[in-house]
Design a protein around this ligand. Structure first.
Ligand SMILES: Nc1ncnc2c1ncn2[C@@H]1O[C@H](COP(=O)(O)OP(=O)(O)OP(=O)(O)O)[C@@H](O)[C@H]1O
Ligand SMILES: O=C(O)c1ccc[n+]([C@@H]2O[C@H](COP(=O)([O-])O)[C@@H](O)[C@H]2O)c1
Length: 203
């Protein structure tokens, strides 16, 4: 379980980016997302939150949890980018539940949910997604073939009023609704589907 960064007694709340994913396997695209978010949002750490099982993905072709965790560890640096099994330990698969548990468990942290543009587009299919977006700042990273679609999609429209620049995402607490932003970054082509296909897996 990761501890929060910073010296004991430090009163500033640590800024933690959460990159949830299947990591089946982890790849350079995840690392790119973590690095861009660390810089643009001035985060202290990014936690690679390995999912025990994405509720919307089939189990077929999904590598065992331990293998996916090891793969996420391999792209982390153990200091700023850390892989974690927290979601499995918390017995949580739905992000809205995970966030509620993390906020209780780490009251000194400020969490930002990181996701690729494909996930912003898919967000309306997540459990209680409006509640999730109301309570948790979200930073979206561009992704080839996904960015424009996501910015024209249902979630982006519904949340348009709360879109901010990355520098403003954590600038002040938003009492009624959390903000979200697009982090301007080069689109990184890596994808786990492509890696599995190249290995001759199920795709
Ligand atoms: N190249 C990338 N650029 C931007 N975001 C990415 C990239 N790769 C993954 N992500 C984001 O990282 C998170 C976890 O992704 P995931 O582990 O599902 O990898 P993936 O490559 O999308 O996998 P798959 O192809 O199996 O769906 C998601 O929010 C996803 O949008
Ligand atoms: O909460 C949900 O309903 C929900 C539905 C689909 C995906 N998610 C989360 O989205 C993150 C990205 O998943 P994936 O499989 O695309 O890497 C991961 O943390 C999942 O748990 C969450």
């Amino acid at each position: 379980m990761p501890g929060l960064p910073g010296p004991a007694g430090d009163r500033r709340r640590a800024r933690i980016g959460l990159l949830g994913g299947s990591f089946n396997p982890a790849h350079a695209g995840h690392r790119h997302v973590a690095e861009r978010a660390l810089r643009a949002l001035r985060l202290d750490q990014v936690w690679l939150l390995v999912s025990p099982g994405n509720p919307l993905k089939p189990r077929a072709g999904m590598a065992p949890f331990a293998e996916r965790l090891a793969s996420a560890r391999a792209i982390g640096d153990g200091v700023r980018v850390l892989a974690t099994e927290l979601e499995a330990r918390l017995h949580s698969r739905f992000t809205v539940d995970t966030l509620a548990k993390l906020v209780r468990r780490f009251p000194r942290a400020r969490f930002v949910l990181l996701m690729g543009a494909d996930n912003l587009h898919q967000l309306p299919r997540w459990r209680r997604w409006r509640r999730l977006a109301r309570g948790t700042p979200i930073a979206v990273l561009p992704r080839p073939g996904e960015t424009r679609k996501a910015l024209n999609g249902q979630a982006a429209h519904a949340l348009a009023r709360w879109r901010r620049r990355p520098a403003a995402l954590l600038a002040q607490p938003a009492p009624d609704h959390a903000p979200w932003c697009l982090v301007p970054a080069r689109e990184h082509p890596a994808s786990a589907t492509a890696i599995r296909a190249a290995r001759g897996g199920l795709g």
